[in-house]
Write a protein that binds this ligand. Structure first.
Ligand code: NIG
Ligand code: FE
Length: 417
């Protein structure tokens, strides 16, 4: 008998997502590694072995033992696109949208991202930290154990750095892992509406060097869209970020196909996100340059857009589709990856197994964590979730009903529902 920190046994399904050490493409996205009556041993934060309950229980004695009888065990979700740090919420805008006012019209009138900027600037760093930390508990209850988090509601040097410092402190204190992204080019703030070049100069010459010097972010993102940042402007920001050691990624082709996907390929971005309006050329460029498409079905749902990212066509083309919440106070106020799975199945026609791959292994690679999280394989993080459901298909099927019963991060129980 080998002694380990944790044994979970008796799962009606233990879904490992084991497979090649790279993002999964084509029919691999359906091969999720289901072990019936499955079990797993975890030691010092890492997976030691998975297998049948009989085999694992005969071999390992756990200091902590969890009986997963009649439950399904999945890897913790990896959410590769969130705007986690913001000052306040925007339910009044939601009410306007329910009355039929479009999101872009609200934004044009100074609402949208710019209203979040005004809110965040008024909140102290300590207060922002408390608010951000509190929000993480919702992610954990939804089975998320790793997430990307962006700045982008500060839009001046002081407030962008404040946002990233808050995220860094949250990352230190909370058991889930965050990967940080600088998104100073999320919008042109109120004070620079007539001097956008000056704002771009500040992003490139002041913010990026400080972010890089303080090592406050791993990625540099841009909202590349007509009326926000055009392709040449986005290119300048992403190249300056890359020069400073920040990995490029983009909000691309959300509303119009302006060449954001091609730009992602050109600058060697790790991912391009949204892609509702992507064209065939864009898909081919991403395939060639191995840029991961991150689709955000919560956003099209919440904005009630009739058009969806062509995720099925992307999979058929060989692109390793990932999915994320896009959690933010305007266009996607959800922290629930199970809800995102449902929407990916309904909007895109993904099978539950494909959606699961998109929310674990592929999303881990989309945020540069593919070697550590996203699947339950020996040597990878012991990040797993017990769900009170009979099989993996049930999770997207029972939409709005998902509740994690136990969440384990690096071998330790961090939540019990
Ligand atoms: O990803 N598209 C740009 N940014 C966010 C929206 C942010 C907001 O409305 O506050 C997004 O959807
Ligand atoms: Fe976003």
């Amino acid at each position: 008998m080998t002694r380990v920190d944790l044994v979970v046994h008796g799962a009606s399904e233990l879904v490992t997502l084991a497979g090649p050490a790279r993002p999964r493409v084509g029919k691999e996205m359906k091969e999720i590694g289901v072990i019936e009556d499955g079990a797993i041993a975890v030691h010092e934060g890492k997976v030691v072995e998975t297998g049948s309950t009989e085999a694992i229980v005969a071999k390992y004695q756990g200091t902590t033992v969890l009986d997963a009888t009649a439950r399904t065990v999945l890897p913790g979700f990896v959410d590769p696109h969130t705007h986690l740090v913001f000052g306040g919420t925007r339910e009044a805008e939601f009410e306007q949208r329910c009355l039929g006012v479009p999101y872009l019209e609200i934004a044009k009138k100074g609402g949208g991202i710019r209203s979040s900027v005004r809110q965040l600037r008024q909140v102290s760093e300590e207060d922002l930290y408390e608010r951000t930390l509190k929000r993480l508990s919702g992610f954990v209850a939804g089975g998320t154990t790793t997430l990307e988090a962006k700045s982008g509601y500060g839009l001046d040097t002081v407030n962008e750095l404040k946002s990233l410092r808050v995220l860094a402190k949250v990352n230190e204190t909370h058991p889930v892992d965050l990967a940080l992204t600088f998104l100073g080019a999320h919008e042109v703030p109120d004070e620079h509406r007539e001097s956008r070049d000056e704002y771009l100069r500040i992003v490139i010459e002041e913010m990026i060097p400080e972010v890089a010097q303080e090592k406050l972010a791993e990625f540099c993102d841009v909202f590349c869209e007509h009326g926000v940042f055009e392709v040449p402007e986005s290119r300048k920001v992403l190249l300056a970020g890359r020069e400073a050691g920040l990995i490029p990624k983009l909000h691309a082709e959300e509303f119009e196909p302006i060449g954001g996907a091609k730009l992602a390929a050109e600058v060697g971005a790790i991912s391009a996100d949204h892609l509702v309006a992507i064209d065939e050329e864009g898909m081919d460029a991403m395939l060639e340059a191995q840029v991961i498409p991150v689709c955000l079905p919560g956003t099209t749902f919440f904005l009630n857009l009739k058009r969806h990212a062509p995720a099925r066509a992307m999979i058929d083309r060989g692109l390793p589709v990932a999915i994320a919440t896009d959690f933010n106070p305007g266009s996607s106020m959800t922290h629930s990856m199970p809800m995102i799975l449902t929407l990916a199945c309904v909007q895109y026609g993904l099978q539950p197994a494909e959606a699961l791959t998109a929310a674990t292994v592929n999303s881990a690679y989309a945020m540069n964590r593919g070697g550590d999280v996203g699947s339950l394989e020996p040597g990878k993080a012991g990040d797993l979730v017990l769900w009170d459901i009979p099989n993996h298909r049930y999770l997207p099927y029972h939409f709005g009903g998902a509740r994690a019963s136990v969440v384990v991060k690096r071998g330790k129980v961090i939540f019990e529902g």
